[in-house]
Design a protein around this ligand. Sequence first.
Ligand SMILES: [Zn+2]
Length: 165
Amino acid sequence: MHHVRVADVENSIQPAAEMRKLTDALGLTDFAINYYELEPGDSFAFAYHSHEVQEEAFYVISGTATFDTEDGPVEVGADEIVRFDRGEFQRGWNRGDDRVRALAIGAPLEYGTQVKLRYCADCDAEVDSGLGIAPDDEEAVVATCVECGAETGRWYRGSMDGEVP
Ligand SMILES: [Zn+2]
């Protein structure tokens, strides 16, 4: 048995004030579960993206999350849950005034190919993106355009001012 206090799990570098990877803390092998807290302007994800093999559900505990989807924006309120199929594009945000607390659950553990669409000003297009630790700052994650290499976003652990990139 694994019994974990969520607040004791390390906070990850994400576009969210808090993202705690319960998957690793619990030693799960077949599905992923992550705890999120989003301040207004925060996001669940680094990009408008899809997973090739992992389906994903988001259970909103409090606040209201807004997911950009292939069918337009969808609001998911407290004690509501939304599910995204394999290959379906989505990116969730907190566009409200209250903090969002939520659980993201995905299975299987692996994503397969992940297409991560972000706007590149240099290419003037929505392009697939690479993600990694910043070469000049190991405490930051950056997204780069796969077409031209331009940096399209940079995130730090914990709260970030305003809307995240
Ligand atoms: Zn580019």
